[in-house]
Design a protein around this ligand. Structure first.
Ligand code: SF4
Length: 458
């Protein structure tokens, strides 16, 4: 029996890539196991976005080394594979396959060569491809949400980021193929779809039939779909019709993740973000003027080369003007192969630490106020996790806020419940169910059982 084990790091795009890789492997006759010791093929889907990502990958590969044995094969895929290339074979000679995400569409052929005994297989050369990893064979491992990648790669070349070098140029799928996938997801019983892209709103329909906003509306109109989310939006391509689409389409969720990275126009220029603070705030104003209460979240980097105290202050004032519901704050760290690596990393580590602490403290105060507004409100929550040790069930509101609640019955994962909010915290809400859960369809329950079997039985 051909068996595999896969370990995934990084962003949601990577997690969904793994779902597609798993689907392809199953289609090729492999069975998934959840213990690497039992697997014939071990795949490591890597991410290079964080500091020291390469060292972490080699450290993990070193741990795998002890598993070497008769017929066991190792594959490194994802961003670090693309970035480090054949160096991986030199440092970890027991690895047989190294492939970046632009090559996944060639996976069946690479697997054939692996099975034929080849030991130096690479998929590193086609970052300039127009093709996407478009497969019907996707393992839907999330029990309540179906993911669809509509655009791969990135053409933006922010000065600190490795993604354009590891994931290749932007390439979009046709809206017809995206909608066909949305329909398949709905038929499996999922009611929530998350649309993915490194820059999801840079989507350009190769058939020219739909804009990004029109595609969102069309997905939201697929029979059975109750919620549509999309990440990550780039401010440069954030157009007013996206806000209008949210206003007009009940299934589109009240949430936009719009990374600003810095509140200072000078730092934005050095980051090659190609927008200014005012330009960004204009897009924020569109969402604030919407009929619906759209929640805003962001990513912010502190300590970018040359960031002055005044620049950092601009970031703090922007935080206050926008009033985000969440931010993901990071200290700048140089990444290999990026333009910013040639800039002097001028901000001392202790200053970066201090700025990040100030940023997070200020954001926490903002969230305390924002989350406080939900007290006594009734929110519709989709159940994501069974009851915890305190007997609370966990789900999310349309604004993507975590809600922990009690309920007389045990709602299934994927069901919807109206919850009255009785307590508020800066990162979560607490409440009690006031409606009988609307159970997920038999199709979704069957799909969840199937996924459990794939993982457990291998
Ligand atoms: S837009 Fe900038 S930060 Fe985002 S993936 Fe592209 S280069 Fe990286």
């Amino acid at each position: 029996m051909k068996t595999f084990y896969i370990e995934t790091f990084g962003c949601q795009m990577n997690a969904h890539d793994s779902e597609k890789v798993v689907g392809t492997l199953v289609q090729e006759g492999y069975n998934q196991v959840n213990d690497e010791a039992e697997a014939g093929l071990i795949l490591y889907n890597t991410c290079s976005i964080r500091d020291k990502a390469e060292q972490k990958v080699f450290h993990r590969l070193n741990e795998y080394k002890k598993l070497q044995g008769e017929g066991k094969r190792f594959a490194v895929i994802g961003c670090v594979a693309q970035q480090e290339g054949t160096k991986i074979f030199e440092k970890a000679p027991y690895v047989s396959l190294v492939a970046g995400s632009s090559s996944y569409r060639n996976l069946p052929e690479m697997l054939e060569r692996l099975e034929a005994g080849e030991t130096r297989i690479t998929g590193l050369d086609d970052r300039q491809t127009d093709q996407t990893f478009d497969t019907e064979f996707t393992a839907r491992t999330n029990p309540h949400r179906g993911y669809i990648t509509i655009i791969e790669g990135c053409d933006k070349f922010c000065s600190y980021c490795v993604v354009p070098y590891t994931r290749g140029k932007e390439r979009s799928r046709t809206s017809a193929s995206v909608l066909a996938e949305a329909q398949r997801i709905a038929q499996l019983g999922f009611t929530e779809i998350q649309v993915l892209g490194q820059n999801v709103n840079s989507y350009r329909d190769p058939s020219g039939r739909r804009t990004f906003a029109e595609l969102l509306v069309a997905i939201g109109e697929v029979n059975g779909i109750e919620r549509v989310r999309f990440t990550t939006s780039h401010p440069r391509d954030f157009t007013k019709d996206i806000v209008d689409a949210i206003d007009a389409t009940p299934a589109l969720c009240d949430h936009v993740h719009l990374p600003v990275q810095s509140g200072s126009t000078d730092v934005l220029r050095a980051m090659q973000r190609e927008y200014t603070r005012d330009w960004y705030l204009e897009r924020i104003q569109w969402t604030k003027d919407a009929k619906r209460d759209i929640s805003l979240t962001s990513d912010i980097i502190v300590g970018f080369p040359g960031e002055t105290g005044r620049d950092f202050e601009d970031t703090i004032t922007l935080l206050e003007i926008v009033g985000y519901d969440a931010i993901y704050g990071f200290k700048y760290s140089p990444r290999p192969n990026t333009p910013a690596i040639h800039m002097v990393d001028s901000i001392a580590e202790e200053v970066k630490i201090q700025r990040l602490a100030i940023l997070n403290a200020r954001q926490r105060d903002i969230q305390r106020v924002n989350y406080g507004r939900h007290l006594e409100q009734t929110l519709t929550v989709m159940v994501e996790h069974a009851a915890n040790s305190r007997g609370q069930i966990t789900g999310r509101s349309t604004q993507n806020k975590t809600v922990n609640f009690t309920c007389d019955t045990t709602p299934a994962i994927g069901s919807y419940v109206d919850v009255r909010i009785t307590q508020v915290f800066p990162n979560s809400l607490v409440g009690e169910a006031i409606s009988v859960p609307i159970a997920p369809s038999a199709a979704l329950l069957a799909q969840q059982a199937l996924n459990a079997r794939v993982t457990v039985l291998g």
